[in-house]
Ligand binder design. Structure first.
Ligand SMILES: Nc1nc2c(c(=O)[nH]1)N[C@H]1C(S)=C(S)[C@@H](COP(=O)(O)OP(=O)(O)OC[C@H]3O[C@@H](n4cnc5c(N)ncnc54)[C@H](O)[C@@H]3O)O[C@H]1N2
Ligand code: MOO
Length: 404
């Protein structure tokens, strides 16, 4: 049996960043940037006012009240008609360009206007106050966004501000998902004895989509070689086929046999982990195939560890699994040779420390506990018994708009 790290390294070595395409900003959310985005302008282009008030020359202002002649009005979006001279002020509004000669703004709350003159009293006056200097936000040529970034709402606004109406992103990997097993019936359909509702295809499709893939759900293949073979053919043209179930050693576990008949170059098919031992990886021509076990927790955990990083690599993103540390909420026995991923709840103790408490039941068929878990607690192979309060590595499942 392969270690988790070795299995992941072998899978990842088969994937590389896909090609690129252009998308308009309105379609860029969640896409992965393929090229650096450099500002195409300086923001603000010139010094602008941060407040509604009067643009002045600081040399005209002292601690006392001063009366200045108002020689022009500058709304946002309009260039000043002329500079201001000594003894003059310009009526100005938020975002409007400062006229030449002005270096500060006095807010209108500190001004009394009478016809062409304005009396200004600002006891806390500072040279340069309420002015945003040119380039304060960013300068033309500055790299605002870097490749590999999954674009957020803020990034899209930033790209727009940098004067880009479209962006170059990596092509979304096409991921086909095939569930297998005679027992599977789709949600909402009639169930007869021995049948179960197929849920993994939905979990995996959502996980792949949340990871940035374009998903083709091929449906449920029965345990009949010809039907399974024909349904596998549906993945042609995809970058990755993920099969679910039928990967173990049972008489009806056909997936590997059929793939072998089709000429798969099998890399491995067993990993020293729990849940998720029967994971298979191979290549069928250009199509990579990852076979996941059918137990719902095994399918999700192995997808998180192997499918998600493969998608990340195709998208040109970092493929590291983000882990953090927490204190154990209960004692754990020593581990055997398989790396464990225990479903756990996360809480905070009175000192704000993160506490991960693995559930008592860890059967990989338990979908309700999988949905309830906040995190997975990692237990390396042969880890000694661990007592409450000791530090453990965890993978968070929740959080963010798109939670796994
Ligand atoms: N003699 C042995 N038996 C088993 C071994 C073993 O080493 N020797 N490994 C066990 C482990 S570990 C796992 S995990 C499972 C994985 O088996 P398969 O990948 O062949 O999966 P299936 O047998 O097809 O299904 C397992 C389980 O999951 C349910 N399932 C399958 N597909 C779905 C789906 N789309 N949605 C919801 N649930 C699904 C299926 O009904 C089974 O209950 O093998 C052990 N056996
Ligand atoms: O690995 Mo199986 O996934 O132990 O149930």
């Amino acid at each position: 049996m392969l270690s988790v790290d070795e299995a992941r390294a072998r899978i990842l070595s088969a994937f590389e960043s896909l090609g690129t395409e252009q998308v308009g900003l309105e379609n860029a959310l969640g896409r992965v940037l393929a090229e650096p985005v450099a500002a195409r302008l300086t923001q603000p282009a010139k010094a602008v006012s941060a407040m509604d008030g009067y643009a002045v020359r600081s040399t005209d202002l002292g601690a006392q009240s001063v009366s200045l002649r108002v020689t022009m009005e500058i709304p946002a979006g309009h260039a000043p008609q002329r500079p201001i001279e000594a003894g003059e002020a310009a009526r100005i509004f938020t975002g409007a360009m400062l006229p030449e000669g002005a270096d500060s703004v006095v807010i209108q709350e500190n001004a009394i206007r009478a016809g062409d003159t304005v009396a200004l009293t600002d006891p806390r006056f500072r040279n340069g106050q309420h002015v945003r200097q040119g380039g304060l936000d960013f300068k033309s040529g500055d790299i605002g966004l870097s490749p590999g970034r999954c674009l957020t709402a803020r990034d899209i606004g930033f790209a727009a501000a940098m004067n880009w109406p479209w962006l170059t992103v990596t092509r979304r990997p096409r991921v086909a998902i095939l569930s297998t097993g005679d027992e599977l019936v789709n949600p909402g359909e009639a169930l007869s004895p021995g049948k179960i509702v197929a849920s993994n295809g939905y979990t995996l499709a959502a996980l792949a989509a949340a990871s940035g893939a374009q998903v083709l759900n091929l449906g449920n293949a029965p345990d009949q070689p010809e039907r399974l073979s024909a349904m596998i053919d549906g993945a042609r043209g995809c970058d990755l086929l993920v099969t679910i179930g039928g990967a173990s050693v049972g008489d009806y576990d056909l997936v590997q046999r059929i793939l072998q008949e089709k000429g798969i170059q099998l890399d491995f098919w067993k990993i020293a982990m729990r849940p998720g031992k029967p994971v298979m990886f191979g290549r069928l021509g250009d199509l990579k195939v990852i076979g996941l076990p059918g137990n719902p927790t095994s399918a999700l955990v192995t997808a998180l560890l192997f499918v998600r990083p493969a998608i990340a690599r195709m998208l040109g993103q970092e493929d590291r699994i983000a882990t953090e540390y927490a204190a154990l909420g209960r004692d754990l026995p020593a581990n055997d040779l398989r790396q464990d991923y225990l479903r756990a709840s996360l809480t905070r103790d009175e000192d704000g420390r993160l506490i991960a408490t693995p559930f008592n039941l860890q059967d990989s068929s338990l979908i309700s506990l999988l949905a309830k878990a906040d995190a997975l607690v990692l237990r390396p192979p042969h880890a000694p018994a661990a007592v409450t309060g000791s530090e453990v590595e965890i993978i968070r499942l929740g959080g963010g708009a798109v939670s796994l």
